[in-house]
Design a protein around this ligand. Structure first.
Ligand SMILES: Nc1ncnc2c1ncn2[C@@H]1O[C@H](COP(=O)(O)OP(=O)(O)O)[C@@H](O)[C@H]1O
Ligand SMILES: [Mg+2]
Length: 242
């Protein structure tokens, strides 16, 4: 593995303003004496490095901040404190129910995401590789994605992610909903991407998959990295939470 850091986080803190008092209109707002918005810290003092070619697992309970961390890495969220350095290009982050435009068809989503991530819409090789990998029919790919099952969405999302020739592949729990055949195919593809020397960030609730793919891992608990190190050891820590 290369020693160059592709991703460096130094004391990064991310917080959101949340409306916790059911205020949905201006009338609600003026009838409230107090400010209904509270500032909630989601990620606290996060520090870690990922080397080029490293595959890092991100584990943690629901709501512990995994997706927020990925979205921060991808530049979709700006941290309030700390510094982060990213030295590579990304595949789009496609999580279950996020990243795809549900009013658009499968083909339209492919075109949109390919052009957003720097590929030409007319890149017929990329389109063909997405279609082939997804094993979705032409009829399905013409339908709005809001009519897809969660497994069909996962097929499309994963296929688009791996069609991008970027330095960093980000996988946020999309494998869990595919059928077994597709899961096996995705794992094989991830091994191949890893063998090509790409960097992978892998969020999964299946420690066995994390151990198979990842070299290192972090465990997030309430927005804090509670454990960080060898993937096998961190997976044991994760299992001991339940
Ligand atoms: N855009 C947002 N605005 C306000 N709160 C958010 C936003 N995105 C995530 N959160 C909150 O951040 C916390 C962590 O969420 P998330 O990163 O999705 O967790 P995980 O992926 O580990 O399940 C949750 O409490 C969630 O409600
Ligand atoms: Mg998540």
């Amino acid at each position: 593995m290369n020693t160059e850091n592709l991703i460096s986080f130094d004391n990064v803190t991310v917080s959101f303003w949340q409306n916790n008092m059911g205020v949905h209109s201006i009338k609600d707002l003026v009838s409230h004496r107090k400010n209904p918005f509270t500032n909630k810290t989601i990620l606290k003092n996060i520090s870690f490095d990922v080397k080029r070619g490293e595959c890092m697992g991100i584990l943690g309970r629901n709501g512990s901040g995994k997706s927020t961390l990925l979205r921060t890495i991808a530049g979709l969220i700006k941290p309030q404190e700390g510094t982060m350095t990213i030295n590579g290009t990304f595949a789009p982050i496609l999580a279950i129910g996020a990243g795809l435009e549900l009013e658009l068809s499968g083909y339209e989503n492919m075109n949109l995401l390919l052009s957003l991530y720097g590929k030409s819409r007319k890149d017929t090789n990329a389109i063909q590789s997405i279609v082939e990998f997804s094993e979705l029919s032409d009829e399905v790919l013409r339908m709005p994605t809001k009519r897809y099952s969660s497994g069909m969405l996962a097929r499309l999302a994963f296929s688009i992610s791996v069609a991008n020739d970027s330095d960093i592949l980000i996988i946020d729990e999309i494998l869990a909903v595919g059928d077994q055949g597709f899961q096996v195919k995705c794992m094989e593809k991830i091994y191949q991407v890893k063998a090509e020397g790409k960097t992978i960030l892998f969020v999964s609730h299946f420690p066995d998959d994390v151990v198979k793919i990842c070299d290192t891992a972090i465990l997030l608990e309430n927005g804090v990295i509670s454990h960080r190190g060898d993937a096998k050891i961190i997976c044991e820590q994760y299992k001991s939470l339940f």
